[in-house]
Unconditional design. Structure first.
Length: 136
């Protein structure tokens, strides 16, 4: 699949953009093996179930974008459960409830990572959905 290399470059591009604009940035944390596996599953599920409406780059096509400043501002101070429960209860729009519990966790983790939003250490699981990010 050709999308994976482009998605892997997003943190680098974000860092370069931050340098160009003078915005301080922290290097992305290297995911643990469990996180990396979950993020790969989340990306795959996103491509198969979400990208048709939300876009290959989270830009929004026939549904709202899942990236950008407004999205990050909304979810930056919320625990992962807010995004998780929204996905679980309403997505995919035309097939609500068809994603497994693990797929919902995986997509949630993927979206948090793609938006550089706070995530708990380790793979995202039911026990870490209420992780409260530190206030910015």
């Amino acid at each position: 699949m050709r999308r994976a290399p482009a998605l892997l470059l997003l943190p680098l591009l974000a860092s370069l953009s931050a340098v160009a604009t003078g915005t301080p940035t922290t290097p992305p944390a290297v995911p643990t093996p469990a996180q990396a596996e979950q993020l790969q599953r989340g990306e795959t599920t996103y491509v198969l179930a979400c990208a048709i409406c939300h876009g290959d780059r989270l830009e929004g096509v026939s549904a709202p974008e899942l990236g950008g400043a407004a999205f990050r501002a909304l979810y930056r101070t919320l625990p992962p459960r807010a995004l998780h429960d929204l996905i679980r209860d309403t997505m995919p729009y035309d097939r609500r409830g068809t994603l497994s519990a693990q797929e919902v966790l995986d997509v949630t983790a993927y979206l948090l990572r793609e938006n550089d939003l706070p995530r708990p250490e380790g793979a995202l699981g039911a026990e870490t959905l209420d992780h409260v990010p530190p206030t910015p």
